[in-house]
Design a protein around this ligand. Structure first.
Ligand SMILES: CC(C)(COP(=O)(O)OP(=O)(O)OC[C@H]1O[C@@H](n2cnc3c(N)ncnc32)[C@H](O)[C@@H]1OP(=O)(O)O)[C@@H](O)C(=O)NCCC(=O)NCCS
Length: 168
């Protein structure tokens, strides 16, 4: 019998290369046609294995989803970066390899981050998504988020709407 082993755990420095690869694949899949191409390429290029290794070394809160010894998703989180919004924590990024989406893993990563935030004194938190990212908007609504803020984000010469979901 072939057994599938799925683990959510803190990222280790040796994971940097695999996380960079998940980041690359999931950002291309999620944002192609949404973020101007040249800007998207720059954003991906900045986040190579060295960037992830130093984030892990700095102690950033970063969990990975390990599926049979391969990293297929990650979530990063910490303190809310917009103090005018009354939420203590923030989920910065939550991404899965395209082939692993729609199987319940996003919810599991989200819940693991939420539990860790709560246990470190951040029981309320928010998460930002691009307004055109329907999949993410539906996902955060299903998980009980409430839209609390609209803002604009600049990508080169262009602007895109982004929205914040609050969780209390
Ligand atoms: C958004 C993302 C993290 C969601 O993870 P996922 O594993 O695909 O979602 P799950 O399978 O855990 O689904 C959780 C809930 O959201 C709903 N949902 C997820 N994707 C959906 C979609 N495309 N359409 C409708 N509902 C959807 C599910 O029905 C499920 O609801 P239920 O549990 O009440 O039945 C994942 O699809 C992803 O990595 N997308 C690309 C990157 C991205 O946009 N990240 C967010 C950036 S802010």
């Amino acid at each position: 019998m072939v057994e599938t082993v799925i683990t959510i755990r803190r990222a280790r420095k040796v994971d940097a290369e695999e996380i960079a690869s998940v980041h690359d694949a999931s950002w291309r899949d999620a944002y192609r046609g949404m973020i101007p191409g040249r800007e998207l390429e720059k954003m991906i290029a900045r986040r190579g294995p060295n960037w992830w290794a130093s984030a892990i070394e700095r102690g950033s809160r970063l969990l990975v989803l390990d599926f049979n010894d391969a990293i297929v998703g990650y979530v990063s989180y910490g303190r809310n970066r917009v103090p005018s919004l009354p939420f203590r924590g923030e989920i910065f990024e939550l991404y899965l390899e395209p082939e692993y989406q729609g199987l319940g893993f996003g919810r599991r990563l989200f819940e693991a981050a939420r539990d860790d935030l709560a246990s470190h004194g951040y029981p309320t938190f928010l998460v930002w998504a691009l307004g055109e990212n329907d999949r993410a908007l539906t996902f955060y609504e299903r998980l009980g988020g409430r839209m609390v803020r609209h803002a604009q984000e600049r990508f080169g010469d262009e602007q895109r709407e982004r929205v914040a979901f609050g969780f209390i």
